[in-house]
Ligand binder design. Structure first.
Ligand SMILES: Cc1cc2nc3c(=O)[nH]c(=O)nc-3n(C[C@H](O)[C@H](O)[C@H](O)COP(=O)(O)OP(=O)(O)OC[C@H]3O[C@@H](n4cnc5c(N)ncnc54)[C@H](O)[C@@H]3O)c2cc1C
Ligand code: FES
Length: 299
């Protein structure tokens, strides 16, 4: 993958009438939706998201990460977990429904070639950007990317885990559950859960990440960069792991969003900058930020 350069957001976000092509239900009120949105599919980058209408009568859209794109068919895939009324309405829409879709929004993840060992951590509905990034890295033959994806969930995963056929040194032998799609892409993955799911690490993804990092020698560790999306405590734990092992990390934040195009400042968060603390909008300045800027090392 050519590492995507940070790009301005103006004139890059479009609105299109997306057709809901397919809808797959998974336990825990999780749904994978495929939408035909060719303009967005052509422009999306790992870490970018859409601001999607749940139905024509509900004015507030919902921000949802892009999990996969197929530029040839013009389709994007999203994973949603119902929280309240908006996503419940969206999840109930039948195939064929047209939904207003705004996107792709935000600055995504930027992978650096000098650190080909990309460690991707996804928790819950933070999994989609990691799947997208792994897909892009595996498709890029110009760099010898060596991604490892660790996914965590406290409800059954929104796919059927299967034992991995890809050996990952440094991961305990019993931790073998993997995501089939990533296996097919040739990308090693492992799963973590405290819900007693078979073949999973019984704990958090960040613990598994720390165990893997601890097993690397200094030269290998110097090739690692961490990318993470998930609940805030997971992102903070990611920042601490990165600081402990001295590797850079990027995290994708979630905030309540109204406009999602930078106009209302409703999604602003405090981040550290070289000029001191500053308020940044998660929708267009993020959602991906340097982990240490959001979670500075403890004094
Ligand atoms: C950049 C980004 C990417 C996201 N990606 C995904 C994803 O891939 N899959 C997924 O399931 N969820 C994702 N979310 C979270 C998702 O947007 C919220 O869970 C959803 O908006 C809740 O809507 P609701 O109608 O179900 O809940 P309600 O509680 O009824 O929503 C009420 C209002 O609160 C806002 N809201 C509630 N919770 C959140 C939240 N955590 N973040 C932002 N706004 C919130 C909604 O926008 C809405 O305006 C993402 C959020 C952001 C900011
Ligand atoms: S949601 Fe309005 S500025 Fe980010």
């Amino acid at each position: 993958m050519s590492a995507p350069a940070a790009r301005p957001h103006r004139d890059t976000i479009i609105v299109e009438d997306a057709e809901l092509v397919a809808r797959q239900a998974w336990p825990g009120e999780q749904y994978v939706l495929r939408l035909r949105a060719p303009g967005i599919a052509a422009r999306a980058e790992p870490g970018s998201f859409v601001h999607l209408s749940c139905d024509a009568d509900r004015p507030m859209r919902r921000p949802l990460s892009i999990q996969r794109v197929d530029a040839a068919s013009g389709e994007i895939e999203i994973l949603l977990k119902v929280v309240g009324a908006g996503l419940r309405t969206l999840a109930a829409q039948p195939a064929g429904t047209r939904l207003s879709c705004m996107g792709p929004i935000g600055h995504g993840f930027v992978a650096h070639r000098e650190r080909p060992r990309a460690l991707l951590l996804g928790g819950g509905v933070g999994m989609p950007p990691m799947v997208f990034l792994a897909d892009r890295l595996s498709a890029d033959a110009t760099t010898g990317w060596r991604p490892l994806v660790l996914l965590g969930s406290e409800v059954p995963f929104p796919f059927r885990p299967r034992p991995s056929t890809i050996l990952v040194p440094g991961i305990p032998a019993g931790v073998i559950a993997a995501m089939p799609l990533l296996e097919e892409l040739g990308v090693p993955s492992r799963l973590a859960s405290r819900a007693g799911l078979p073949g999973c690490h019984a704990g958090f993804v960040t613990e598994l990440a720390a165990e893997w990092l601890a097993g690397l020698d200094a030269a290998s560790r110097a090739e690692v960069e961490i990318f993470a999306c998930g609940p805030t405590p997971m992102l903070e734990a990611t920042a601490r792991v990165a600081q402990r092992f001295g590797v850079p990390a990027q995290v994708s934040l979630e905030e309540f969003m109204a406009c999602a195009v930078g106009g209302c400042a409703g999604c602003a968060v405090r981040v550290a900058t070289p000029a001191g603390p500053a308020m940044k909008r998660v929708c267009v300045d993020g959602p991906v930020f340097d982990a240490s800027a959001v979670f500075p090392p403890p004094a």
